[in-house]
Design a protein around this ligand. Sequence first.
Ligand SMILES: CC(C)(COP(=O)(O)OP(=O)(O)OC[C@H]1O[C@@H](n2cnc3c(N)ncnc32)[C@H](O)[C@@H]1OP(=O)(O)O)[C@@H](O)C(=O)NCCC(=O)NCCS
Length: 240
Amino acid sequence: MSAALSAALSMLSLGGYRVVVLDFSGAFGRALACVAHHVLGRAEQALWQGFALERKRLTWLAGRVAAKLALRLALAEDAPRREAGDLPHLRDLPVLPQTGRSGPPHSPIGGALSLSHSGTLAAAVHAPTPVGLDLEGLRPIGANARRWLLSSSEARLLGPDPDDAALTHLWAAKEAVLKARHAPNLAQMRGLRWHGWGQDGTARVTDTNGPLAWVHAGLWRGHAIALATYLPMKGERAHA
Ligand SMILES: CC(C)(COP(=O)(O)OP(=O)(O)OC[C@H]1O[C@@H](n2cnc3c(N)ncnc32)[C@H](O)[C@@H]1OP(=O)(O)O)[C@@H](O)C(=O)NCCC(=O)NCCS
């Protein structure tokens, strides 16, 4: 299993944050279900077994493993001299929704945790302050979705004929902001304003009523990946 995990694992750096990405298309994906009871705690197993679709069980499980690895990484970075054996077992780092069966994941070590899946990839990040991660396979964004995504000023910034990569990149950026803010639904995307990409791949995204978010994003193996952190407005408390 550890050889399969090593082959499946990539570490990306976005804005200085380390993002764990797992590709569960190969041997690692085939082995995942067999090791579920080793990596999931009791409450996680109960939730996992309740998902009717095999595809959902696999992506959910891969997301948990990515998140647990991100948590262990954060713990290891916090105490670099700690022996690997001192780090908690994956099973003892529960990654559960804050409430119910789905929703923003709770970080069992403090700080904030975010995870995303797309195709056969699952990615996760832990950060000391609110964070949102989004992974999107590059795809055409149709006229209907564009109406959610783009204001007229953003459309002008993107240029007359933006390609799938540019649009998916922006979609991931805005979704990452919504996830950092634990937004209840995608409809809030309409309230976000993107102000263009900087040369270092970062952007500012503002919300008419909300705080300023910083987005770090890139394109990787046919996917757009974006990580957002936000600064609370004066007088507002961050929710981490
Ligand atoms: C947050 C959301 C936009 C992500 O959608 P997505 O691109 O399909 O999924 P991703 O793989 O990027 O992210 C899913 C993960 O984000 C997390 N998540 C779910 N809702 C979240 C929210 N409101 N804020 C932050 N994170 C959230 C969960 O960890 C979830 O993974 P899990 O289900 O395996 O635990 C979507 O789940 C959502 O909108 N949820 C709210 C419910 C809702 O209104 N859905 C209708 C959408 S039109």
